[in-house]
Design a protein around this ligand. Structure first.
Ligand SMILES: [Zn+2]
Length: 553
C-alpha cells in the first residue's frame, strides 16, 4: 500500500454525469449534478477533474452508456493507462453508472474497481474503494444491494423530482394540459371537465373504484392474489377494460403496487414497449381512491409475503412444472394453508388446483391434496428413487482430472486454429506452450487410466434412510430437495384429475412393446383399513398401503 501517496498526494476524482431524458436536459439537472459533485469532492479532499463530458440523453438502463459516450471513453482511458490510479469516479447515485440487471452491472463495476478506481456516490455519501470492497463480503453485498435498488427504481427516486418536471407540471396545470393520455382504468375525463386542472378534470368511475378498494382491503385481510382474483370473478366485479370481463392475477398484482391509487402520477419511459418508471412523480395528480395508510401497509405486506413465499417455493412441492390438469391441460397451481411459525416447516396443508379454475373462469375448482399424493408417490417409486439417488458417483479427483483434460484440449484446438491462420509462421512461444500442454495431456490420460472412477457399493440403499434421514421431511428438507431434483430425470408429466383424486404419472421412457410412455395410476383415498387403521391408496387400481410417509407428518 502506497501510504505516502495517499497522505501527500490528493486523489483525482472524475465526475460522471448522466441524465437520460430530453426533459431533464432542458431543466436544471446538469447544474445541480455539477454543484453537488463539487461540494462532495471538497468534503472528501479530492481534486475534481471535470474533463469527462456529461452523458446526454443516454439511458443507462440497457448499458448503452457503457458501449458509447463519455463513460466508454473513461473505461478506455483507464484500460490504456491514460488515467492514473488510484483515482475516484464520482456519480450521483450508483444507478447513474448503469441500470442494467445487477448481474451485468456487477461485471461493469468490477472491471472499474479492479482497475484501482474508487466509486463514490454524492447522493448517499458512500465510497466504494477497492480496499473497502476487499475488506468484507458484506461491503460487496452493500454495493450489490444499491445496484439492485437502482435497477428496481427504489424509493430514493422520489427525491429526484427535478425542477424541470415541476415546470412541466405547472404548464400542465396552467394550460390544463394532461401530462399523459393514458389514465388509470377507474378514472375518466368527461368532456365537461376536460378544461379543468388535474385532479379536477377526472371523474371516478364508482363501480371500478369499488373493485380497487376491494382488492386492497382483501389483501390486508390476508387473502392472497389468487383468492382475490377468484372473489372478483365470482362476484363479477367491474374490470378496468370493457373488452375483458375476467380479472387476471397479473392485473391485481400490478395494481397492488401502483401508486396511481393514492393519486400519484408516476412517469414512465418506454423501452421496447415496456414501461419503466423514470423516477418522476407528481403527488395529488389523480383523485386518491385508496388511503395512503392502507397503501403502504399493503406494500409492507407484499414484501413480507414475498420472502415467505420464496422460502417455501423451493421445497413445497416435489412436482414443480410436472403436473397438468387432465381436463383442460393447464398447469396445476399450488394452494397452501397457513404456514407454520418455523420457516423450515411446511404449511399445515397444501393442494393442487387447476390454474385455470384458480382464476375463477373455466374448468372446475377441485383440490387434490398434496400430502396424500406425495406419500402414495413415494411408496410407489421408492425403490427407483433410491437406486438413482445412490448411483455410484465419480470421485472428485477423477472429476478434476477430466476438467483439466477438457481445458487442455480446448487450448490445443485454439492453438492449431491460430497456427492454420498464420500459415506456418508460428511464434516460438506458441510451439513451446503447445508442447508443454501436449505433455501434460499425456500425463493426465495416464493417470485417468490408472485411476478409474471408484465404484461405490450400492449396499441396501433403504438402510441409508433408517437413520436421521428417516425423520419426517419437515425436519429434513435435504431429502425433499434431493427427491425433487431427481423427479424430472425420469418423469415426463403428471396428469391430475382432481375431481377423481387421481394422478397418472408418465415416465420419460417409451415402452418398446406398446410404443407408449409407461405410466402409473395413483388414486388417493381417505379410507382407512378396518383392521389395522392404516391408510391406503390405489396403485393401478390395486389396493396398496402407505409404506412410507417420508415427506409429511
Ligand atoms: Zn383444468
Amino acid at each position: 500500500m502506497h501510504l505516502g501517496y495517499l497522505l501527500f498526494v490528493k486523489m483525482i476524482a472524475y465526475s460522471y454525469i448522466r441524465w437520460s431524458s430530453a426533459l431533464q436536459t432542458k431543466g436544471d439537472s446538469l447544474t445541480r449534478q455539477i454543484s453537488k459533485t463539487r461540494e462532495f469532492c471538497q468534503s472528501q479532499s479530492w481534486v475534481l477533474d471535470e474533463s469527462l463530458q456529461p452523458d446526454k440523453g443516454v439511458s443507462a438502463y440497457r448499458g448503452k452508456n457503457i458501449a458509447e459516450g463519455p463513460l466508454a471513453q473513461f473505461l478506455e482511458k483507464l484500460e490504456n493507462k491514460h488515467i492514473e490510479t488510484p483515482c475516484v469516479l464520482v456519480v450521483e447515485a450508483i444507478d447513474r453508472l448503469t441500470r442494467a440487471h445487477w448481474t451485468e452491472a456487477e461485471k461493469i463495476w468490477r472491471s472499474i474497481i479492479d482497475a484501482g478506481v474508487t466509486i463514490a456516490s454524492w447522493q448517499t455519501g458512500k465510497v466504494y474503494s477497492p480496499e473497502f470492497m476487499q475488506a468484507s463480503p458484506v461491503n460487496v453485498m452493500m454495493f450489490l444491494m444499491e445496484l439492485e435498488a437502482a435497477h428496481n427504481y427504489s424509493d430514493n427516486l422520489s427525491k429526484r423530482l427535478t425542477s424541470a418536471w415541476r415546470k412541466k407540471k405547472e404548464l400542465a396545470i396552467n394550460q390544463g394540459k394532461l401530462l399523459t393520455r393514458k389514465i388509470p382504468g377507474w378514472l375518466a375525463i368527461p368532456d365537461a371537465k376536460a378544461k379543468n386542472d388535474p385532479p379536477e378534470c377526472f371523474s371516478v368511475l364508482k363501480d371500478k373504484a369499488k373493485s380497487v378498494k376491494f382488492i386492497f382491503e382483501r389483501y390486508l385481510e390476508g387473502a392472497g392474489v389468487d383468492t382475490i382474483v377468484q372473489n372478483l370473478n365470482e362476484k363479477d366485479a367491474a374490470t378496468f377494460s370493457n373488452r375483458s370481463r375476467a380479472w387476471a392475477v397479473s392485473t391485481v398484482r400490478r395494481l397492488l403496487r401502483s401508486e396511481n391509487v393514492i393519486g400519484t402520477l408516476v412517469s414512465n419511459r418506454y423501452i421496447d414497449g415496456t414501461p419503466h418508471a423514470d423516477g418522476n412523480k407528481i403527488e395529488g395528480y389523480y383523485p386518491a381512491i385508496v388511503d395512503k395508510k392502507v397503501f403502504f401497509a399493503v406494500q409492507d405486506e407484499l414484501s413480507k409475503r414475498k420472502t415467505q413465499k420464496g422460502s417455501h417455493k423451493k421445497v413445497i412441492t416435489l412436482f414443480t412444472g410436472l403436473c397438468k390438469c387432465s381436463k383442460c391441460g393447464w398447469n396445476m397451481a399450488l394452494k397452501c394453508g397457513a404456514s407454520s411459525k418455523n420457516d423450515d416447516q411446511l404449511p399445515a396443508w397444501a393442494a393442487l388446483v387447476c390454474s385455470q379454475a384458480m382464476r375463477g373462469k373455466g374448468c372446475s375448482y377441485q383440490t387434490f391434496r398434496l400430502q396424500d399424493f406425495e406419500n402414495a408417490f413415494v411408496t410407489a417409486y421408492l425403490q427407483l428413487l433410491l437406486q438413482i439417488w445412490y448411483r455410484p458417483q465419480k470421485s472428485r479427483n477423477v472429476e478434476k482430472l477430466e476438467t483439466r483434460k477438457k481445458e487442455i484440449e480446448h487450448h490445443l484446438e485454439n492453438y492449431s486454429a491460430s497456427i492454420q491462420q498464420n500459415e506456418g509462421k508460428i511464434p516460438a512461444f506458441v510451439l513451446k506452450k503447445g508442447a508443454e500442454l501436449e505433455a501434460e495431456l499425456e500425463q493426465l490420460e495416464n493417470s485417468l487410466q490408472n485411476n478409474p472412477a471408484p465404484l461405490q457399493p450400492y449396499g441396501y440403499p433403504y438402510q441409508k434412510l433408517q437413520g436421521a434421514d428417516m425423520l419426517p421431511i419437515q425436519k429434513n428438507l435435504t431429502n425433499r430437495r434431493l427427491v425433487k431434483n431427481l423427479l424430472p430425470t425420469f418423469i415426463d408429466e403428471i396428469q391430475i384429475n382432481a375431481a377423481k383424486k387421481e394422478a397418472v404419472v408418465y415416465n420419460l421412457q417409451i415402452n418398446p412393446v406398446t410404443k407408449k410412455r409407461d405410466c402409473l395410476k395413483i388414486r388417493t383415498t381417505k379410507a382407512l383399513d378396518e383392521v389395522t387403521g392404516e391408510k391406503h391408496f390405489f396403485l393401478n387400481e390395486k389396493l396398496t398401503f402407505f409404506e412410507h410417509e417420508l415427506f409429511w407428518r
